[in-house]
Design a protein around this ligand. Structure first.
Ligand code: GCO
Ligand code: MG
Length: 399
């Protein structure tokens, strides 16, 4: 019987985000697995959870019993279902799937039932500090073959004209006028539809910045521009509002990037209040819970749109990709291309060809890790408060 002999954790930063890679070594010479445990904003906490708690528990266990290992890791902390512990579990869980595939001589998507599609469709992001620049970048995305384009327009920024609305000695920060954000966003999509017509599929990520009532106002105002989806339109703390939002708009809704476990999705899926789930699977605890969530979604007409804007490792995106290929209710895959250093550090990193992401057919997840290069890419990513913005009166909000 092949057993776990060691579990090593690496934090590397080949681009902008710190990434956590877990290597599970086994009693079979040369056989090891890789997993992703990247929660980039609290990455040292995840590393500690693995090194101090999961490693002592898992070393010596057989590699073959993935589900039992997952349940053991998940329940052993008693209090559970948080982002740190779930990412820690994911690093080992994905590595066990990698090992299972290597032992079977198959890519993980074959272990999941084989392909429903040749590759995973992706979307592009287009940004612009003014409508013309944004439109020009949408043109570039269309020229590159993308039909699905998520829009980051010049919305809601507080200019000098609004400084008079701030209190004296207002703290430094990223200020946003949420009402102006709504009006600017509606104007942005009117401009884009006037310029590009109905064919492109546009999305926007509200990123939980509005109040629930403001979100409903925005969603209703965007209806004429038939978005592909409206993303994270409400914060996780306000999911009760989805019932009202769903009654008032037909625009597809994508939600869940900030959910920390599968259970948070249940009411939105069972009550048909969303159309796409948005999370990166290490946040759920790895491939084992993510494949269950995908199947649960299938029976309620909900599709996947796993999260990957560059702050998960190539091992993690490979785990997403094997699921993307194997499930019938795949929606679309977020994918921000990796830089050369990442490809150097992670041989086998999935590559974007045109608008599709292709898996190599190597056994397991298909991605390797150049340990010898790890020191070259020392951690240095996020440390400051993350994405904290302020309303014009100085109130801190998440956005
Ligand atoms: C997305 C996300 C990102 C997040 C980032 C946080 O949809 O890709 O919302 O923009 O802000 O992943 O680490
Ligand atoms: Mg998002």
């Amino acid at each position: 019987m092949v057993t776990i002999t060691d579990i090593k954790t690496y934090i590397v930063c080949p681009n902008r985000s710190d990434l956590l890679v877990v290597k599970v070594e086994t009693s079979e010479p040369g056989l090891y697995g890789l997993g992703c445990g990247t929660f980039t904003q609290r990455i040292i906490a995840v590393k500690t959870a693995i090194d101090e708690y999961l490693k002592p528990m898992m070393v010596g266990r057989p590699v073959e019993n993935i589900e039992d290992s997952w349940q053991t890791m998940y329940g052993s902390s008693y209090w559970r279902n948080g982002p740190v512990l779930n990412n820690a579990i994911s690093g080992i869980d994905e590595a066990l799937w990698d090992i299972k595939g290597k032992m079977a001589g198959m890519p993980v998507y074959q272990l999941l039932g084989g392909k429903c599609r040749k590759a995973a469709l992706t979307f592009d992001d287009a940004k612009g500090s003014c409508l013309e620049e944004l439109g020009d970048n949408v043109s570039k995305s269309l020229d590159n073959g993308f039909r699905h384009i998520r829009i980051f327009g010049p919305a809601g920024q507080s200019g000098e004209s609004m400084d008079r609305l701030k209190p004296d000695n207002a703290p430094e920060g990223h200020y946003i006028d949420t009402k102006k954000y709504i009006y600017d966003t509606v104007e942005t999509f009117k401009y884009l539809r006037d310029r590009f017509g109905d064919w492109p599929e546009f999305m926007i990520d509200v990123h939980e910045k509005l109040t629930p009532a403001e979100t409903i106002t925005l969603a209703k105002a965007l209806e004429p521009y038939h978005l592909f989806f409206l993303e994270d339109s409400l914060p996780p703390e306000q999911i009760e509002w989805f019932a009202r939002l769903r009654q008032q708009v037909s625009t597809p809704l994508a939600m869940g990037e900030l959910f920390n476990n599968v259970n948070e999705f249940k009411p939105l899926i069972v009550n048909q209040q969303i159309d796409f789930i948005r999370c990166h699977i290490s946040q759920l605890g790895g491939l084992t819970p993510a494949k269950k969530l995908s199947a649960f979604c299938e029976y309620f007409g909900v599709k996947t749109c796993w999260h990957q804007p560059g702050d998960i490792s190539p091992v993690g995106i490979a785990a997403h990709l094997h699921l993307d290929l194997a499930i019938p209710n795949f929606g679309i895959q977020e994918f921000r291309a990796y830089n050369d250093a990442t490809f150097e550090l992670f041989p086998g990193t999935p590559e974007l060809r045109g608008i599709y992401l292709y898996a190599n057919d190597k056994p397991g997840l298909g991605v390797d890790f150049n340990e010898s290069l790890a020191d070259k890419f020392q951690p240095g990513g996020y440390r400051s408060n993350f994405f904290m913005s302020r309303l014009l009166d100085g109130t801190a909000i998440r956005s």
